[in-house]
Design a protein around this ligand. Sequence first.
Ligand code: HEM
Length: 149
Amino acid sequence: MGIVLLFCFSGYLLPWDDLSFFATRVGISEIEKAPFVGMWLAGLVRGGPDVTIDTIGRFYVLHVTALPLAVLMLLGIHLFFIQIQGVSEPDSFAALRKRRNGIINFLPNSCLANYRSGCFSAHCWLLWQRPSSRARAGSRSLCLGARWY
Ligand code: HEM
């Protein structure tokens, strides 16, 4: 999640328009407030005393090279651990395994379990996304925020 937030922060400067310039300036001024290392870190991120062409160079490299490499590395570690440890399964599968001599069929057992949890997640998401009565009435008060939210 931290990496995705860094993706968002660094990507936001890349269009290099007024909105992204001033938003990045504000974002970096927040870094300045960190105790002890704040000013140093902000200077490092900006590549100078203000947001300039040097900053966009740094953010571009971060956005299209360093962060994707970090994601690939984490993905590699994740897959490595899956290979080593295997995939965790519901307790009910352990009872099934005993009954069926250690074999669990993909159809219907695994498939049904995934279908159930998928339906549950989709349901929660839909309930959460349900537009409020104000939004249905066309209220503009919910339109505040950055363009990509
Ligand atoms: C989880 C992954 C990523 C997230 C959350 C993300 C997020 C963003 C955001 C928020 C912007 C600003 C868009 C705007 O305001 O118009 C942006 C721009 C950009 N991103 Fe990403 N990004 C991701 C991955 C990548 C990758 C992998 C690449 C290329 C290797 C990339 C290349 C770019 C470029 C070139 C722009 C500038 C687009 C423009 O100027 O209109 N992004 N990104």
